[in-house]
Design a binder for this molecule. Sequence first.
Ligand code: IVH
Length: 668
Amino acid sequence: MDAEYGKARLRVEELRREIEEHDYRYYVFDDPVISDEEYDRLIRELERYEKLYPELITPFSPTQRVGGKPGQGFATVAHMAPMLSLANAFSNEELNDFDRRVRAAVSGEKVEYVVEPKIDGLAVSLRYTDGNFILGATRGDGEIGEDITNNLKTIKSIPLHLRCYAARLEVRGEVYMAKETFARLNNARSEAGEQLLANPRNAAAGSLRQLDPRVAAQRSLNIFIYGIGFIEDITIQSHTQALKFLKDAGFRVNPLIDVFDEISDVIAYCREWQGKRFALPYVIDGLVIKVNSLGQQERLGATMKSPRWAVAFKFPPEQAMTKVKKIIVRVGRTGVLTPTAVLEPVLLAGTRVTRATLHNEDLIKLKDIRIGDTVIAQKAGDVIPEVVEVIKEKRTGQEEIWRMPERCPVCGSQTVRPEGEAAVRCTSMACPAQSREGLIHFASRNAMDIIGLGPAIIDQLLEAKLINDPSGLYNLSYEDLISLERLGPKSARNLLDAINKSKENSLARFVFALGIRHVGEKAARILADHFGTLDNLMAAKEEEMTAIPEIGPKIAESIRDFFAVEQNRRIIDKLVRAGVNTFEKRKDQTGNKLLAGLTFVITGTLGGYTRQEAQEFIRERGGNVSSSVSRSTDFLVCGENPGSKYEKAFALGVKVLNEEQFKAMLGM
Ligand code: IVH
């Protein structure tokens, strides 16, 4: 090892320690000690070294927070302990009931309640082994979640290394988007003509599920850690102690935490926060009340779904009185007509509300909502506002009864309401509202992923009559695009490239992009895998489809109906002639050299398959397998009980993959 390299290694370690310290000061403590410029200098120096000596890069380097490549999907992972949810309490009475149940179970002992904000975001679990952040997962069904490590790493308040010792630790927390970030994101979307996100929670969920960590990184998510899921070798006696441990370990723990002995004080505190919550920079939908003693927690135990030692007090939704000015109808991608009330503007949960969803015709009849009515509107948990009830005493007799239009408000075609459904639909496949929404869906990230083709451009293309369905996209010329307002030569060329590139997409993406009702991404993938070609899928009988375990009769029927429509077949035919791929590249015959030029070493016991199989998976994808770790090793795949190879890899700075990460890399 030459001297330069040795020096670089030491400096790299030093830089990482420094950067982590600054991340902690800035993102966890909100108390930076250096300027942004100084911080950037450190990052740039580290990047320079890592470029010079790529073998020094580890998954835990601060430069790797936005390091992962976009995945095809997320691998699933089992949590070390189940992630339960909470029972809800909506009234003082229900809080008193909770208190009585707790006291009965601990037979007269003193009880302490910890009360903390209930952040309205997404539950995640973070796993640390030997102090390193190795896995982050969504809650999933509570037992099994999805591996979103790469996206979570972009949250800078998540420590890559713990600041105190724990051999194995799994912590739980809530990822959220601050109100201000959410407002900024929606402003940008509105300017780009993109659909607005309903609330910060959905925005956070969408960001975490981004397959491309670079996009997730732009979304500035944050996290509060509120508990321990699994810990080894360390005894903790109370929840407050656990929170202190988490704080000392470097996690961001919410400081708004209080402890009470009496439920009456808890109730008073809850009511106090009901009004104060809007001043917080993030959305909370209630408070969580937890029995402090872990001994008592253990005795109280849990039901299938939730612990008996905790309860979520949910704030009542914000309500306000306003008037229905008119009722308008929107036509969605699948042709569903959705009535929306246009309201006299009213302030609700801190935002100015002008619309409320009325869901469907039946609901309007049930609540007897008329144009001109005075109504109570509500916004629960920051979702789209709705009309709760009509104040009939305020009627003047001038109110008008509303009826669902018999013709589509966009194209004038007949509407129908299929038996047993609440939704009224436009029957025309050529309905512009449907084509527009269909095109937006076709081009969207998880469908054909045509970058640069958002709603604003689609609207212009439709308006200029350059296209009327997805097949038209593939006939567009540079001249067509440059003729559009707001599209310069560079964007036009990029868009043309993106459209062209989309021809190579997998069959699964294509099937999803068609926008067949009930066929989501997962069903599309399963169908593409099973049938292999679009022709096979189009020719498949319903029984053949329902024979696949995940495909039910509803999906099968919808697919059959879709392909039975002459117009849909014509569009597909044009797409095929334009050169869009309709074959699924099968894993074994891909020539897909995902891992070309990379060398792997495997250690420890793998859960999902034998070592032999793992080696085959690597070789199939063009990678090499070696039996010992050296500086030319790119990755060490680490199963249970790894041997000395792990230490060697660590010492050499070779990237270590756990089984989930390895599977994700294989695209499995
Ligand atoms: S404790 C076993 N504490 O609320 C107890 N949850 O259904 C697990 N949440 O899934 C939850 N803030 O996503 C806890 N301070 C907090 C929380 C919190 C938000 C979420 C969490 C959970 C849901 C309850």
